[in-house]
Ligand binder design. Structure first.
Ligand code: GLP
Length: 257
């Protein structure tokens, strides 16, 4: 692996510290490009938020340069807010459209996110899980971590065995989302998310965490007891997971070194 990646020996999840987030973004994007070349029909698990944005930027650039095609790929996003109209600029579908989908050759019908205003959200969630299974599962999941330890929208208290389902959003999650919505009252209270079991079923999981605001949750992810109180601790169960952190996010890891 890249010399710019410093591995933390003995960490509970294989963890790599990078000097700048751009290095991690490039490493993860390169891995996805390599996967797409060896397996053009790959099934990718995608994430939204500030964290993965540079990975999409790299993938779009690679596509523009003729280095990768997503024409035969399928994607499933981790989650989507409920109770927003389709086309609302705050939906994750619109975000994905802006950051990735409209820049690449992925077929629209192969780019899956849960609906944001379905007639029957529970049924939508059940069908989403079934659709992932029907595609043979996820080859590679990109993941960020919420400041409360959520992965996708699996908030504290989520079970290790959870599948795709309707969830209530935690207050930390909602207040972090004010950035996107402008006011707390506008942030949805519910979402559909892949479950923890769904995420851990992905054949590879690549987790990113950047900046000082993530240092405490990075520490807890690696060092807290493995439990529903901090869902990201369940990532330790995965056989092919890698966590990439920049120096700021790694600031509290001296015990793990
Ligand atoms: C969001 C998403 C997560 C994301 C996390 C961190 O609410 N549902 O998938 O990883 O919170 O967000 P950010 O990357 O903006 O810090």
């Amino acid at each position: 692996m890249n010399a710019a990646l410093e591995r933390i020996e003995g960490a509970s999840i294989p963890t790599f510290v990078v000097d700048t987030r751009a290095i991690a973004e490039r490493v993860v994007a390169d891995e996805i490009v390599a996967l797409m070349r060896t397996r053009p029909t790959a099934v990718l698990g995608l994430a939204t938020g500030d964290t993965p944005i540079g990975v999409y930027r790299e993938l779009c650039a690679a596509h523009r340069a003729g280095g990768v095609s997503f024409a035969r790929a399928t994607t499933f996003n981790l989650d989507e807010y409920l109770d927003l109209d389709a086309g609302d600029g705050a939906t994750f579908r619109e975000w994905m459209q802006e950051q990735f989908f409209r820049h690449v050759d992925l077929a629209r019908e192969n780019a899956h996110l849960p609906e944001s205003k379905p007639a029957d959200p529970n049924l939508t969630a059940e069908r989403y899980e079934a659709a992932i299974t029907a595609q043979g599962g996820l080859d590679l999941q990109i993941l960020g971590i919420g400041r409360n330890g959520h992965i996708g929208f699996n908030e504290p208290g989520s079970s290790r065995d959870s599948c795709t389902r309707v969830v209530r959003l935690h207050e930390v999650t909602r207040s972090d989302a004010v950035r996107a919505f402008g006011a707390l009252a506008r942030v949805p209270t519910r979402a559909i998310t892949m479950g923890i079991a769904t995420i851990l079923d992905a054949r590879r999981v690549r987790v990113l965490a950047f900046g000082a605001r993530k240092k405490e949750i990075v520490r807890r992810t690696l060092l807290d007891p493995r439990s529903s109180a901090c869902p990201s601790t369940f990532l330790r169960d995965h056989g092919d997971v890698k966590l990439f952190v920049d120096r700021e996010a790694a600031a509290l890891l001296h015990h793990a070194r």
